[in-house]
Design a protein around this ligand. Sequence first.
Ligand SMILES: O=C(O)CCC(=O)C(=O)O
Length: 298
Amino acid sequence: MLSEDQVRSYNENGYILVEDAVSPEQLARLRQVTYDLIDKSREITESNDVYELDEGHSAAEARLTRIKTPHRSNPVYWEVLQDVRVAEVLRQLLGPNVLLQSAKLNIKAPGGGPAVEWHQDWAFYPCTNDSLLACGLMLDDVDLANGPLQVIPGSHKGPLLSHHNGDGVFCGAIDPSDADFHHEKAVTLTGKAGSMTVHHVRTLHGSAANRSDRMRMMLFYECLAADAWPLMGPASYFQRLPQREQWADLQERVIIGEPIVTPRIKAAPVRLPLPPAPDGGSIFKTQKTGGARSSFAT
Ligand SMILES: O=C(O)CCC(=O)C(=O)O
């Protein structure tokens, strides 16, 4: 449960850090299941529906950038989300009816696990209103050296910066020289394993490469008020489903409350993520193949 000050701070700044967002037992289970999944990745040599491999991945050394949709690999990732600790945070920030859009477990391997360039999630998945957020549950201690999340306070109330490259192709990152990018205001979110970052869908954020000899695992849940309907992005597969499957899909993604079939429409700046980068399979691929300029160049 968040205090009134935390809710106010989220609304004003577009992010908060919640300590002890899961119990020690839940954290231990999440870590164990995740280690087991990472271990299994040694069997593969190419990215697939479950894993996105980092450069240098081998049977001897598992190096991943992401476990995709982990809640489809093990129910523990879904159970944590519905536990009262996390569910209550969602209810306080998004209201009584909240759906999961998708989940991803971002991993920065020791010694170079890659940066995520500055971006606003809204550029990837605009909806009919902006009552969306991402929770980032730290499965490792996160400090200055292993690539912590950084955010720009208040940026969720500002413009949507361009996430298109000089040729007009969506590259999933802003240009570091954009006059609306106030890098000097960046706040770094470090914490103990079990802490959770929460950032608004329009909050500018990014993270540097992992310079440490420790892994950084963060489990991100993209959550939305049930009356925010997708225009594009990971949830837009929904519009291609037959109606009966649409209804079943909605039910499966309910975290709290129920689906809402009356979309709420709120004016917000939108530019669709088109034309797409040559490989739009993940944010890492979009930024790389879209030719995003790096803010984290060493
Ligand atoms: O893993 C991180 O540090 C940031 C992840 C992120 O912003 C994303 O996947 O959209």
